[in-house]
Write a protein that binds this ligand. Structure first.
Ligand code: A3D
Length: 320
């Protein structure tokens, strides 16, 4: 069986970490693409030289030419700029939209059959634009945010209760931004909903609320500490989990930014929802019943994504 081909567009902090994880997990051969000459080539060579030590045979190639994406099975897009302290994700919209236009054209020309995972911020609007610019079917273009947001939630809960992260599941809905909706009643410790954990007295309601807020602010907390960029280890690990589910047809149910076609009362917009990720891409959006407070929070999150999509249409009229 031929090896799979994984193309990483953007060879910065997340791109380099993606390449490292994909090689360590033997997901396939890897192409690292960036417009900065030397960086993708240098990272690819450095990583290839770790192969003999780690025992992986993946071929790594650094490039600045779109033709090297030819035939890619998975493409993960991090091209663009990250936040600096004091910036919101939305401040990146104009510059990263232009990047999505170039990347979308490259994908359309060389990798029409790929499964595309977008990470570039502001996430929900950028994945929406990337799908339009590339023209790929919506089920094969998704955004990574929910796996990361729920991993942050899981980490904070496990740390607070002093239990294994493996036994904590978390459910986060909505756009990747301050209005994301972590759902306590669908998040569990060994199957026990967090709302019951509070009733049992294992965690106070105040502590749970603090953790929910810290999850919402999870990206900004790291930007504030790093000062020169944003999180990259956990974002890369999260996108690799999505790529692996696609490549191995695992059909994991993961929170991803998917294009909705009427689910949750939303049509055409990309927003974070649970979806089955398998060989067919985003094969099914899982629609859960929301109570009125959750629906209100979800609607608010969708409205903020829709606002960004309108801004994209003004900047790039061909998206309208
Ligand atoms: P960084 O280390 O700056 O890497 C971005 C790379 O993109 C750089 O190497 C640039 O040279 C390259 N680039 C810029 N323009 C182009 C272009 N036109 N074509 C190809 N490559 C280009 O950033 P990073 O890796 O830390 O973050 C990448 C993106 O991910 C940013 O937009 C972040 O905001 C975003 N991000 C999203 C999440 C989510 O959870 C959604 C989390 C963390 C970061």
């Amino acid at each position: 069986m031929a090896r799979k081909k994984i193309a990483l567009i953007g060879a910065g902090q997340i791109g380099g970490t993606l390449a490292h994880l994909a090689a360590l997990k033997d997901l396939g051969d890897i192409v690292l693409f960036d417009i900065v000459d030397g960086v993708p080539q240098g990272k690819a060579l450095d990583l290839a030289q770790s192969g003999p030590v780690e025992g992986f045979d993946a071929k790594l190639k650094g490039t600045s030419e779109y033709k090297d994406l030819d035939g890619a099975d998975v493409i993960i897009v991090t091209a663009g700029v990250p936040r600096k302290p004091g910036m919101s994700r939305d401040d990146l919209l104009e510059i990263n939209l232009k990047v999505m236009e170039q990347v979308g054209a490259g994908i359309a020309k060389y990798a029409k059959d790929a499964f595309v995972i977008c990470i570039t911020n502001p996430l929900d609007a950028m994945v929406w634009a990337l799908q339009k610019f590339s023209g790929l079917p919506a089920n094969r273009v998704v955004g990574m945010a929910g796996v990361l947001d729920s991993a942050r939630f899981r980490h904070f809960i496990a740390d607070e209760l002093n239990v294994s992260v493996e036994d904590v599941t978390a459910f986060v809905l909505g756009g990747h931004g301050d209005s994301m909706v972590p759902l306590a009643r669908y998040s569990t410790v060994a199957g026990i909903p967090l709302t019951d954990i509070v009733k049992m007295g294992w965690m106070s309601k105040e502590k749970l609320d603090q953790i929910i807020q810290r999850t919402r602010d999870g990206g900004a907390e790291i930007v504030g500490l790093l000062k020169t960029g944003s999180a990259f280890y956990a974002p890369a690990a999260s996108a690799i989990a999505m790529a692996e589910s696609y490549l191995k047809d695992k059909k994991r149910v993961l929170p991803v930014a998917a294009q909705l076609s009427g689910q949750y009362g939303v049509k055409g917009t990309y927003v974070g929802v649970p979806a089955v990720i398998g060989a067919g891409g985003a094969e099914k959006v899982v629609e859960i019943a929301l109570n009125s407070a959750e629906q209100k929070a979800f609607d608010k999150s969708v409205a903020s994504v829709e606002g960004l999509i309108e801004a994209c249409k003004k900047i790039a009229p061909k998206l309208a």
